[in-house]
Design a protein around this ligand. Structure first.
Ligand code: ACO
Length: 324
């Protein structure tokens, strides 16, 4: 027994922020952003639209696609680093609004890898007898973005994606999950303020410590190496080669990272799902957004072999292999 993805869904807010808009906010240019990241525009949540609002929309679409009612869910795992409140979990807000009356619910904090961590945990539950698990990745990155910092504000966007897991008795489903961490590199990507290390204060706000800080160039180098190793590890564990893959769905952080990894693996870009041009880096929402788009576009069909891989703050890195 393993878990299968029964349906996917996604949601992005309406408001679009283009590179031209950013040119009016910080010292940057459309040419720089396109060349260094591949991002053309990103979506921003409306005022009053929080993480749970995005998550509920994506979840309802995934439940409809799966043909599973909210009341049938046993577990809701919501991957985010931009939840509505520090307490309670955003998963509980989503559980209530969906009417998932039977479900346990909790958040997963693994930054950009959160959705793949969720698939790994959800798969383990289904393998041990749990029936339906809803895994969501939802982020309002604009809430932790410093709109005066050109090093980071051009990178992130808001969005949500979700998948419903259920039991699979055939050979379809999640073939493997590899979840990794290295907290020794925690300070490559961090929001320093607002937690118990640096509780909210006037000084913290004045120093803009409530916003995300990233050592971009160092992160870039670790990302390429780690992602390449991660894909090789996942393929070896399943006795597969790169040629067996129908589609790679990578975390959409930077087109140059994705291209470098594909080139090191010898994987043609036609076999790589890309949508970061339109959404930027949506952290935990990035993979489920791309996955849902690939399903809707017919790039993933029954029997497709799909490898998802991600890298993010923590550090964390992860991969999931699925026979669709
Ligand atoms: N516009 C114009 N110039 C800029 C901008 C900008 N928006 N941002 C930085 N620059 C400048 C820098 O100041 C620097 O100028 P200098 O040489 O005069 O100092 C120059 O451009 C080069 O800066 P680098 O940081 O070396 O640029 P790089 O090519 O590395 O690109 C980027 C930066 C896009 C951030 C890249 O390093 C990257 O994508 N890193 C990885 C991000 C990532 O994968 N994060 C993980 C997930 S995030 C999460 O977990 C939440």
């Amino acid at each position: 027994m393993r878990a299968r993805i029964l349906g996917t869904g996604s949601y992005v807010p309406e408001r679009v922020l283009t590179n031209a808009d950013l040119e009016r906010m910080v010292a940057t240019s459309d040419a720089w952003i396109m060349e260094r990241t591949g991002i053309r525009e990103r979506r921003l949540a409306a005022q009053g639209e929080a993480c749970s609002n995005l998550a509920v929309q994506a979840a309802e679409r995934a439940l409809a696609a799966a043909g599973v009612a909210a009341a049938e869910l046993d577990l809701i795992l919501l991957a985010t680093c931009t939840g509505d409140y520090p307490v309670p979990s955003t998963a509980c807000l989503v559980q209530h609004r969906l009417g998932a009356v039977r479900a346990a619910a909790c958040d997963i904090g693994a930054a950009c890898c959160g959705f793949l961590y969720g698939l790994g945990v959800g798969d383990a539950y289904v393998r041990t007898g749990t029936r339906y698990v809803l895994v969501i990745g939802a982020e309002v990155m604009s809430a932790v973005t410093d709109w005066t910092d050109r090093n980071t504000c051009v990178l992130f966007g808001d969005g949500a994606g979700a998948a419903v897991l259920g039991p699979s008795e055939g050979d379809r489903g999640i073939l493997s999950s590899h979840l990794h961490s290295d907290g020794g590199l925690w300070d490559l990507i961090a929001v320093p303020g607002g937690g118990s290390r640096m509780p909210p204060s006037e000084k913290m706000v004045a120093e803009r410590q409530q916003y995300i800080k990233m050592k971009g160039n160092e992160t870039f180098k670790v990302a390429v190496k780690t992602l390449e190793d991660g894909v090789r590890e996942a393929l070896a564990a399943n006795n597969l080669t790169v040629d067996d893959l129908d589609l790679l769905v990578p975390h959409q952080a930077n087109l140059r990272i994705i291209k470098a990894v594909a080139s090191r693996l010898g994987l043609p870009l036609e076999k790589v799902m890309l949508n970061l041009e339109w959404y930027g880096n949506t952290s935990a929402a990035s993979i489920p957004l791309a996955l849902d788009e690939a399903v809707k576009a017919g790039r993933i069909t029954e029997g497709s072999l799909v490898l998802m891989e991600a890298f993010g703050a923590g550090l964390t890195w992860a991969s999931t292999v699925v026979r669709w």
